[in-house]
Write a protein that binds this ligand. Structure first.
Ligand code: GLU
Length: 428
């Protein structure tokens, strides 16, 4: 895709995520009353790095890929956050996601800061060899600013445990010693944690369970729809039943190419097998076709926006009928969408709370790497549940105390912790 086309596509389809992140912080500050200095620090990333990565392609040409790493704030500990491989990546998206990582690690109260990275590329057009060389090149160029005590990447959009293994290995060749805690979301065979794979969705379902209790809803027989059928979406579909009961019915699911709907309920394992086989959901025999837009407006109890940014906006928020929106994606709701959902009493579990399970188990992975001693799966689940439940409770308390929606409440809890750390360190 040409640069012009890429930028036009971004303008046409996106509100600027970093402006949204800044606007949310300003809104939360009405209740926080930060000093001017503290607010100014938190409105911008502390550090950001831009590199151009030359990669030898299979046909012998050298192609150059723009790449970024943003270290938003490390007052509470080393920066932490994923690396995205995406053709429409922008530095502002990475800045927003790095800010949200800062609030995410703070809201679950793990001793880490927030960061994010990305490469502008289309991984679907790269061979396995090209993908490996690109991943290793990222570490050659950014290795000096990474490390377990500095900045720790993880998987994100279109990156996965194999990519983390290559990156961790490249870091090893640079330093000449193993530092397993330098990357998380690794395969279990090279220092990954059990339970990291489904951790994002699992954390979200723990939040849904707590929200249903607060709203007086029964957890065993609800209906739900999942937008986005990647890692988070697939596991959300499975775990709603596994954790909250088989009586919960998945009515619709979609991916970037469209979705399927069945009012009697869809067979989750058949869907996953079908997607695995065909690469998409279209043509799935157990239901009728539905668009991504229509899925969000279904009369279900819970929707899981688990795909991309800005899918719930001022336009469609008036038509959303769900009682709970559990945001497994980062930034799926625009501020305009948010205020409409709030007026209409849709209970939003905001992204950096709802999807914090991933980074929480990443933190567990680092702890296990540091001890060189590995936990069994029950311990991972138990500790994740405790962290998520506690985080949900503290956000819910702020929501009641200040009479604000759950997103602003999550900001109040998280930003207060980061600001306090900066104050104690003497930064502001
Ligand atoms: N990329 C995930 C997120 O947005 C996980 C980050 C991590 O594990 O460091 O939360």
């Amino acid at each position: 895709m040409s640069e012009d086309k890429r930028l036009a596509a971004i303008e046409a389809h996106q509100n600027n995520p970093f402006s949204i992140a800044q606007e949310q912080l300003r809104e939360a500050n009405k209740y926080l009353g930060l000093s001017d200095g503290a607010l100014a620090v938190l409105m911008q990333p502390m550090r950001e790095y831009h590199c151009s990565l030359p990669v030898r392609m299979d046909d012998g040409r050298v192609e150059v890929f723009p790449a970024f790493r943003v270290q938003y704030n490390d007052a509470r500990g080393p920066t932490k956050g994923g690396i995205r491989f995406h053709p429409l990546e922008t530095i502002d998206t990475i800045r927003a996601l790095a800010a949200w990582m800062t609030w995410k690690t703070a809201v679950v109260d793990i001793p880490l800061g927030g960061g994010k990275g990305g490469i502008i590329c289309n991984p679907k057009e790269l061979s396995a060899g090209e993908l490996e060389r690109l991943s290793r090149q990222y570490v050659r160029y950014f290795g000096h600013i990474l490390g377990a005590e500095r900045d720790v990447p993880a998987p994100d959009v279109y990156t996965n445990p194999q990519i983390m293994a290559w990156m961790m290995d490249e870091f090893y060749w640079q330093r000449s010693y193993n530092q397993p805690g330098s990357f998380t979301g690794k395969p279990v065979e090279v220092g990954g944690s059990l339970g990291r794979g489904d951790a994002t969705a699992r954390g979200g379902i723990f939040c849904v369970r707590e929200a249903m209790k607060k709203l007086g809803m029964k957890t065993g027989n609800s209906t739900y729809a999942v937008q986005g059928f990647g890692n988070a979406g697939q596991f959300a579909a499975i775990l709603m039943k596994e954790i909250l009961g088989e009586g919960n019915k998945l009515l619709a699911v979609s991916d970037s190419r469209g979705g399927v709907y069945n009012e009697k309920g869809l067979d989750v394992s058949a869907l996953i097998a079908y997607k695995h086989e065909t690469g998409s959901l279209s043509g799935f025999p157990g239901g009728e076709a539905i668009t991504n837009e229509a899925l969000l407006e279904l009369p279900v109890d819970i929707i899981f926006p688990s795909a991309i940014e800005n899918v719930i906006t001022g336009d469609n928020a008036p038509r959303i009928q769900a009682k709970i929106s559990c945001e497994l994606a980062n930034g799926p709701t625009t501020p305009e969408g948010d205020s409409i959902l709030c007026e209409r009493n849709v209970f939003v579990i905001p992204d950096f709370l709802a999807n914090a399970g991933g980074v929480t188990v990443s933190y567990f992975e680092q702890v296990q790497n540091g001890d060189n001693y590995y936990w069994d799966i029950d311990l991972v689940h138990e500790r994740l549940d405790k962290k998520m439940t506690r985080a949900f409770q503290s956000v819910y308390e702020a929501h009641e105390e200040h009479g604000v929606n759950m997103r602003i409440a999550a900001y109040i809890v998280a930003v207060r912790r980061v600001a306090r750390a900066m104050e104690l360190r003497g930064w502001v």
